[in-house]
Design a protein around this ligand. Sequence first.
Ligand code: C2E
Ligand code: CA
Ligand code: CA
Length: 353
Amino acid sequence: MRKEIKDIEFRDIIHQTNLELEIQHQRKYLDAKLKLCTGITIISSDNKRIDAATAVSNANLARKLAKEMDNECCVLFNNTMIEGIKKEVEITSGLTKAIQNGEFKVYYQPKIETDTLTVIGAEALIRWQKPDGHFIYPDEFIPLIERSGQIVELDNFVYREVFRFINRRISENKPIVPISVNVSRIHMQKLEILPYIKSLFDEYRIPPRMIEFELTESIYIENTDKALKLVEGFHAMGARVSMDDFGSGYSSLNLLSRLPIDIIKLDKVFLKDEGVEEHLKENDRIIISCVIDMAKRLRITSLCEGVETLEQSNYLSEIGCEIQQGYYFSKPISQDDFETFIDNRLLKYDLVM
Ligand code: C2E
Ligand code: CA
Ligand code: CA
């Protein structure tokens, strides 16, 4: 009975969201697709009762979460939500200070060309080490600071660190390889990333091919036109651009021919062996092999990430993916360790100044 009432009410509301507008004497219908979000809290249970102000605040918190969820419009409050909010506030309010205190460090994960076993590049990955020594990993804090918009501040910090690092290695006459940096989806709304990067190139005067920008597959799918503007902007400066996490979301094969991407990074999901049935593993391998083949024909370089074993690495080389990144070769390492790594390993990059 309850469900029926809810369904009817929702249907009525959705029906009324086909807004009718009159534009230049013509009637137009705007399908507004409104989403109704509700938060619910229980005021009184067997052993507990809460006051009205707390009830409203709890329900409001549940409503906010419903708003952020794609497939939920009604969320029931529970106490773990308070813990989540506390953590979010702790992270977002302390971010700028943490950057100033030097708690954020850029780590580097080498990319290897397997037929020559040379290092051809590295990916810059952020690490947050709290004063007590323990690490907080990006998956824990990046979604939160993306929501607050502070990801721009953090990414700009990473970009500057990487430019400064490359500039120093070049001025010390030491070998260096191109470094890729991640671009958050929030930058899509703020195209000022382009002038910021331009100012870094002007300040540090590093060769443009030393920098690669990784944009995730979902960024390209969500807003293809803006993504194209970003790619063109990076290319105009001479930098390279890759499509990160390829294959992790919806298919974007058609985008590959439309967007001038230099590199695709195949997501580690293709290599996941544990808990995957044998015939699905085989399917993944067929897909990965076709994608690598297609990339070659489109003259796009392909790189596989998440390579953890020699067997995976050999298989990928066999099907034509010679550029690989993963724990098998090296975990992301601190800048000092990365310098030792590239000082002692064969590098494949002719630095043309
Ligand atoms: P991502 O860009 O896909 O980066 C690759 C992630 O896979 C990294 O996780 C890396 O440590 C991990 N990884 C590398 N090799 C292996 C492997 O062999 N096996 C497994 N299981 N994992 C491997 P990390 O550093 O925790 O970063 C997670 C995500 O956070 C990144 O995914 C990226 O989306 C984001 N991220 C990291 N640093 C930054 C940053 O500076 N800016 C932005 N906007 N996002 C960042
Ligand atoms: Ca990446
Ligand atoms: Ca990735």
